[in-house]
Design a protein around this ligand. Structure first.
Ligand code: PEP
Ligand code: MG
Length: 599
């Protein structure tokens, strides 16, 4: 039966494919595709873990048998018996094998996927005793996951299957209609950490939906960078969809259609082709310089998460990197069996690769910004704390609390600066004391390199304006920094007191709120007045609804995901800034700027 689930639109376009449910387990689980030749060894990992758990349970059973009947509850022995049975049950073992062989999931992912499938069957059972066995099954799978964690797997994020749009006339209910290996897959999850998303970035999902998240949560930001249709904040989507269901993701409307009828499929197939045509048209702008009708040059820069993203940035025609979110080098390492933090050499290689990838164009590296919805490990900070992590130890606060870690990063960046033009950007500054400490640590890092005789280069120094306190004390910032970069995602969050990752208040997260626009406008105006560089690197920079307004406010440097560059360039090419200045002031003064923004 067809039904629709509503959420927030975060990345445009239509995706049609089979659902891949990623379930969150209490154990930090890596999700990645293996190569076909790794299937056997992956099945072997599960087999070995199963044997080890069987032995563990046997030992427990033996020790229970040794105890007197007064020392142990009778049920314990029966329970261990149940665990043994569940462990060997064909539904679990056969199912896990199925996901590894047919879908090329890594062992951990296959286990949690099959757990979800079987757990739902338990949920539907009428017999209460049997329903309660779900908890036993979860315990058995957790034992298996603990065992598997100890066995190394080779990371192979290479896509195992080709991406193919479902044919318009294809019946999604017909299992013979498409080869399972050839069907586009869409990802459905309760929540995905940014680190998980990074793994998926290297794979071939045609779209994704999560139950939680706001429009500028980091999970949504990465989805946008993947340039695939995405919907977040879809509440119970992951409960309503089953593995392998056919779904349509409409990233423009923010909806997911489950089990679509042939008529609905045909309609969305048409929309999908329209989108492809539009992209084709935009791609002709790739080599055109971004100059307005009145001759104003506009710098369109890329936001990246990893050095290899520079390939997409150059392809999209970016003239530099305006934001390298370096924290992604630090995240999700545990599940990849890497050291907790990257050392100086590893970081240096990554920054140098980004610089070289941009072929002489400038690269803005932002120092680590973990915390809030970007925890170092896959676990959400919210799970562990009753505190609000967005207001806690995050970004520069985290760096200043751990000077050795920060100095390591600074040395790596300064060394990479000997290989190309680097701008060093500091996130989340609010206090003059933080500025002073940061600057002295940069000097210290340089001195350390000198003492070591290590080669390093000059950097331009920039600060992010993403806390209202910073936007209200610009003079202090401009005294110390060469340029400012406005992080509208956080500026909106902190100005309006709206958690950017919380879908329950997403309707109040308003980039066009007069207070937000005033802070953005004042920052641009002050930098222009003082002849300092200024750019916007939050999601507002890639949103075509704001391009003309920002141009009218005097902005000439925009940094966004490569996938957004061509659409923004089209707006720039059509704009006449001389006509936008007065209009932009009118928008600023309007009580309802969102309405005034509409042409
Ligand atoms: C911002 O806050 O606008 C920004 C660019 O930084 P991040 O989204 O990584 O917090
Ligand atoms: Mg920010």
């Amino acid at each position: 039966m067809t039904f629709v689930v509503h959420g927030l639109p975060v990345a445009r376009g239509i995706a049609i494919g089979r659902a891949v449910l990623v379930v969150s387990s209490r154990i930090d689980v890596a999700h990645y595709f293996i190569k076909p030749e790794q299937v056997e060894s992956e099945i072997d990992r599960v087999r070995k873990a199963r044997d080890a758990v069987a032995e563990e349970l046997q030992k427990l059973q033996a020790s229970v048998a040794l105890m007197g009947p007064n020392d142990t509850p009778q049920e314990l022995s029966a329970l261990l018996e149940v665990h043994q049975m569940l462990l060997q049950d064909e539904v679990l073992t056969g199912g896990v094998k199925h996901w590894i062989v047919e879908r090329l999931y890594n062992a951990e992912w296959a286990l949690t996927t099959q757990l979800e499938v079987v757990a739902r069957q338990f949920d539907e059972m009428e017999d209460e005793y049997l329903r309660e066995r779900k908890a036993d099954l979860e315990q058995v799978v957790e034992r298996l996951l603990h065992r598997i964690k100890g066995t190394a797997a080779v990371l192979a994020p290479t896509p195992p299957r080709r991406k193919r749009a479902a044919a318009e006339d294809e019946d999604p209910h017909d299992p013979t209609a498409a080869d399972a290996i050839d069907v586009p897959l869409v990802l459905i999850a309760h929540d995905l950490s940014p680190a998980d998303m990074l793994q998926f970035k290297k794979s071939v999902f045609a779209g994704f939906v999560t139950d939680v998240g706001g429009r500028t949560s980091h999970t949504a930001i990465i989805a946008r960078s993947m340039d695939i249709p995405a919907v977040v904040g879809a509440r119970s989507a992951s409960q309503l969809v089953r593995q392998d269901d056919w779904v349509i993701i409409d990233g423009d409307a923010g909806v997911m259609i489950v089990d679509p009828s042939p008529i609905i499929l045909a309609e969305y197939g048409f929309k999908q082709r329209q989108g492809d045509l539009e992209r084709g048209r935009l791609s002709r702008l790739r080599h055109k310089p971004a100059v307005t009708l009145d001759g104003q040059r506009v710098e369109l820069l890329a936001n990246i998460e990893m050095p290899e993203d520079t390939i997409g940035a150059v392809k999209a025609g970016a003239v530099g990197v305006g934001l390298f979110r370096s924290e992604f080098l630090f995240m999700g390492r545990e599940s990849q069996h890497l050291t907790r933090l990257p050392d100086e050499e590893e970081q240096f290689q990554a920054y140098r690769a980004a610089v070289e990838g941009m072929k002489g164009m400038p690269v803005t590296i932002r120092t680590i910004d973990v915390g809030a919805d970007k925890p170092l490990d896959n676990k959400s900070a919210r799970e562990d704390s009753h505190l609000n992590p967005a207001l806690g130890l995050r970004a520069i606060r985290w760096s200043l609390a751990d000077p050795a870690m920060f100095l390591t990063q600074l040395r790596a960046i300064l060394r990479a600066a000997a290989h190309g033009e680097i701008h060093l950007l500091i996130p989340m500054l609010a206090h003059a004391s933080e500025i002073r400490q940061t600057l002295s640590l940069i000097d210290f890092a340089r001195a350390e390199l000198d003492n070591r005789g290590a080669v390093h280069g000059p950097v331009k120094l920039g600060a992010m304006i993403e806390i209202p306190a910073a936007a209200l004390t610009l003079k202090t910032f401009l005294k110390h920094f060469d340029f400012l970069s406005i992080g509208t995602n956080d500026l909106i969050q902190y100005t309006l007191a709206i958690d950017r990752a919380d879908e329950s208040v997403a309707h109040l997260y308003d980039p066009a709120h007069p207070a937000v626009l005033k802070l953005v406008a004042d920052t641009i105006a002050e930098c222009v007045r003082q002849g300092k560089g200024v750019s916007v690197c939050g999601e507002m920079a890639g949103d075509v609804a704001f391009t003309r307004l920002l141009l009218g406010l005097g902005l000439r440097s925009f940094s966004m995901h490569p996938s957004q560059i061509l659409a923004v360039k089209q707006e720039v090419l059509r704009a006449d800034t001389s006509k936008l200045v007065d209009w932009a002031q009118e928008v600023l003064e309007s009580e309802n700027p969102a309405a005034a923004l509409v042409r």
